[in-house]
Write a protein that binds this ligand. Sequence first.
Ligand SMILES: NC(=O)c1ccc[n+]([C@@H]2O[C@H](COP(=O)([O-])OP(=O)(O)OC[C@H]3O[C@@H](n4cnc5c(N)ncnc54)[C@H](O)[C@@H]3O)[C@@H](O)[C@H]2O)c1
Length: 451
Amino acid sequence: MRILIWGLGCPGLVSAACLAQMGHDVIGIDIDEAKVSAINSGHSPFREPGLTPLLEENVKRGRLRAITASRDCVQNADVSFISVGTPSASTGALDTSQVESVAETIASELRGTAHFHQVVLRSTVCPGFTREVLAPRLEKISGRRIGRDLALAVCPEFLREGNALDDFREAPFSALGTIESRSAEMFSELARSLPGEVVQMSAEEAEMLKLMNNSFHALKVGFANEMGRICAAGGVDPEKLMALLCRDTRLNISPAYLSPGFAFGGPCLPKDIAAITTHARSAGIKLPILESVLPSNEAHFDACVRAIRATGLRDVGILGLAFKSGSDDLRNSPSLRLAAHLHHEGFSVRAYNPDEEPGTLSESNRRVLERLLPHYDQILRPSLEAVLASSSLIIITQRRPELTLTPEMLKDYDVKVLDLIDPASTWATPSGDRACNRASTIEIRNSLAGA
Ligand SMILES: NC(=O)c1ccc[n+]([C@@H]2O[C@H](COP(=O)([O-])OP(=O)(O)OC[C@H]3O[C@@H](n4cnc5c(N)ncnc54)[C@H](O)[C@@H]3O)[C@@H](O)[C@H]2O)c1
């Protein structure tokens, strides 16, 4: 394919070199003359292991060259990768002016021409930018329609400087986000040159995935450093412990604890987070990430309460009271706390606790119930059906086979379902028509009933 790469910083130039190496005809465009001339003489303008030999080879073979201005290039190319910078503006938002300026150049060069063109945004942007800013601008200036004679996708770059060639080639997948599903097919030829499996998604998902990845990386570094400080202050070897933490690929370096859902609780996590932060404070060590974990959990609990209030329904049924599925422990259970909170707010609350009959409560659970829900015998119902029959809103806080609601079960009851462990339905915001079929408001989605 004939590929233009706009912006020859690390991700742009590494993509250019790797795509040229695959046999594509690549032109890199950058306003920085020194960069362009270094590339054309086969040298990387910045330090990146392995890049100079790759540039040298592909420049020599005529598969890669760099230019400072794109005159008439677009109409002779199949694809434009936009890889220009999106630095922080003074507000903290991303400054997308370089991307917008390149998009305007591409669109004006396309105007009045007939050659089909694909635009791939590689720069990092916030969710909504491609659909709300980039697409309308490209269409307006080019006079073309995306999905008809112009294709647009967001394909974020995940590589790390210093490791960029290996990260590009060995990427586990490439995210291909589009603003409407037809466009994805238009990228089928290019997709064969993208590393890893190509995962199709909405433009917003691709944009968010990049920010989510970098947030996770930054959080990991911050967490490791906080652990390093507190370990070292206690005379404990942080490297050794972090290596052991990473060896646990069942609970630690794994998908465990990484499903968005309801708040956490139970007898250990809140207690031990409180313990380590209190211990650190007494030693004069600041752990801002760990200090924010319990407030974050509270903010999430409050958001769930607001979503329940927003339904306008006051007869609520809660299924499962233990602190998590697979346990009957009520200590610090967020579901039980939710029941108590709603009861105190004046909701009419019913709950079904499949783990224990009210008459056979363990001593520990009875004490917890008496403290949080003194009238629990009026709230607890003996069966799932009894809760369905007396509620207008069923609140799902945990995924358990014995509490799964099927359309068949729900058809005889006049209830809505608010699934707090399905963030896609609970937290969708009023941002209009999303390609990923999300609800447009916080809505009570009786998805389990197929309504
Ligand atoms: N640096 C990384 O490791 C990395 C990794 C993944 C994603 N990203 C993202 O990729 C994007 C680019 O990052 P970067 O680090 O290469 O930025 P950068 O600022 O280092 O490089 C951007 C390049 O674009 C050029 N440019 C600016 N305006 C131009 C125009 N109108 N036409 C042509 N070229 C133009 C600049 O001269 C510069 O060489 C950013 O959105 C960044 O967040 C960066």
